[in-house]
Design a protein around this ligand. Sequence first.
Ligand code: GTP
Length: 251
Amino acid sequence: MYLLVMGLAGSGKTTLTGAFAKWMRENGHKVRVVNLDPGAEHLPYNPDFDIRSIVTVEKLMKEHGLGPNGAMLKASEVIVENAKEILKHEAFKPFDATVIIDTPGQLEIFMLRHEGYKFTSLLKRRAPTVGVFLVDGSMVYNIADLVTSWMLGLLVQVKLDIPTIPVFSKSDLIKDRSLVEKVVEDPLSLTEDIEKSLSGVTAELAIEMARLLAEYRQSLRPVLVSAITGEGFEELFSVVHEAFCSCGDLS
Ligand code: GTP
């Protein structure tokens, strides 16, 4: 299967990719790791395939006089143009291992544009593909942060049409753990907090969002993880496995 690790810039994708791959290997599972981020500088793991062997943001910036976002856009196009060749690489063989794919830092430039959809569609044709969407737990200060960032994961799921597990990353740094735990266990219990901290139509909208999240947490429950302490890895593994089973017939 393919496991796409997605999330906003700095949410911990690369660190989690390395740590989770290590944990899976230590627990007897076969894993291959792909770096699909052409802007990555340092990787805490040895990738089985590194997109930087084909394209780098740095080189595109120099060659085309582009800024970092323009170069990332261009790199996304290069990835999709070469996708069929890229997927022939041994690392992408999906049937004897979980292939963990660390995606580009700027989610909106790759995964949320058509390029991300095209690349994911090619993966899906080959094997069941599951996403994890990282919400940086250390950046959750209030209800609005919580609900909106989790909603982004749902948007990604719709955009890419793959089961996408919401993951609150950096759990060791979460400030208001009880708030995050509430949303993980029962988003509807947030209604009272929402009414206290938001007003009028905004509160109504946030309550609707919490309802939606509550409904969809039945099939893809959120997980709290820390790539530093390893908290939540076992839970993440079992949710990924459940999602894999539910989309296994796609292969
Ligand atoms: P981009 O690819 O640049 O978008 O970043 P990313 O999403 O891959 O995040 P990355 O793994 O580079 O992590 C960003 C920062 O968060 C780094 O300083 C990491 O060391 C730190 N970090 C990541 N995961 C954790 C975690 O679970 N706990 C703590 N305390 N720090 C973390």
